[in-house]
Ligand binder design. Structure first.
Ligand SMILES: Nc1ncnc2c1ncn2[C@@H]1O[C@H](COP(=O)(O)OP(=O)(O)OP(=O)(O)O)[C@@H](O)[C@H]1O
Length: 282
């Protein structure tokens, strides 16, 4: 169980995350939604300790993790792997080495500097890449891969850490709908097969509904919705996304996966559905 009690993060006078209290049981797939600036990334980054807390406590199985330092902090960061919107791979390094870097915290600096990896780790990295359908790219430089393939490599690197939790910060925001679906399917599969808790920020409501058993809605740093997808009523959506700054109502484009493909008229929207990609006129 991951527990956040009164967790707050301030940046100067700005409160990015405001007294958030949450319990996330082991094995849950949770989607965090909200407008830009609602505090979603800051919340995830505090769990992984990329960002410190200004107040409150984060604990895992009763152990406070928000105050860990040194070796214990590194061990916690290994337990909760992060996946980022921009993949964060080493572009010039080959794919398999990128995945092997998931073992970074477990190895000596010397071994890491010279890319010395045990044979069993290399075989494991390749089998994880196989599972994610990108093993044929193992010798290529990461930068030679498409965005969707790079994100699958980033997921492979996360799995290489044998994490207890995967924290994904807008993992599909840079991907086209088809690749977005492949990446979300991979995260769902890992959650179901391995029982790894997945907490993912999503900028699209329909993706959260389709993939997550629990949705947390944030607005201005606070949790304003926490429930099952079917409990997410229009009223709840309005509480999360509110009205626009100029008073306009929430629009589908704010909350759904929309793509204006090159050469395609802007009034056609590609929507990610459980059965594939549907093009709709809007
Ligand atoms: N390192 C930082 N320094 C100063 N302010 C920050 C920092 N990180 C985040 N903020 C501020 O905290 C607030 C919440 O930002 P955060 O990135 O967590 O929101 P978000 O919901 O993830 O938005 P987005 O979807 O655009 O990433 C914003 O007002 C942002 O400007």
């Amino acid at each position: 169980m991951l527990e956040l009690t009164d967790v707050t993060r301030r940046f100067g006078a700005n409160t990015a995350v405001d007294s958030v209290t949450l319990s996330i049981p082991e094995g849950q797939m949770v989607g965090i939604i909200g407008r830009s600036g609602a505090g979603k990334s800051t919340l995830l980054r505090m769990i992984n300790r990329l960002t410190g807390v200004s107040g409150g406590v984060i604990s895992h199985h009763g152990r406070p993790v928000s105050t860990l330092t040194g070796r214990e902090l590194r061990s916690w960061q290994r337990d909760c792997a992060m996946i980022f919107q921009q993949f964060n791979l080493v572009p010039r390094l080959d794919v398999v080495s990128n995945v092997l870097h998931g073992t970074l915290n477990m190895r000596s600096t010397f071994a890491t500097m010279f890319n010395l990896f045990p044979r069993e780790d290399i075989l494991r990295a390749i089998s994880i890449l196989e599972r994610l359908g990108v093993a044929e790219n193992a010798p290529k430089r990461a930068e030679a891969l498409s965005g969707g393939q790079q994100q699958r490599v980033a997921i492979a690197r996360a799995l290489m850490q044998s994490p207890k939790l995967i924290l994904a910060d807008e993992p599909i925001a840079s991907l086209d709908p088809l690749n977005a679906q492949i990446v979300m399917d991979a995260l769902k599969d890992i959650n179901e097969q391995e029982g790894i808790t997945v907490v993912t920020n999503l900028h699209t409501l329909d993706t959260a509904r389709n993939y997550c058993e629990r949705i947390i809605g944030m607005a201005a740093g606070k949790v304003v919705f926490d429930g099952r997808p079917e409990e997410l009523t229009t009223e709840a959506v309005r509480a999360i996304y509110g009205a626009g700054a100029d008073g306009e109502e929430i629009s589908e484009s704010m909350t759904s996966t929309s793509l204006h493909a090159r050469g395609r008229p802007a009034d056609v929207k590609a929507k990610l559905t459980p059965s594939g990609v549907a093009l709709e006129s809007i």
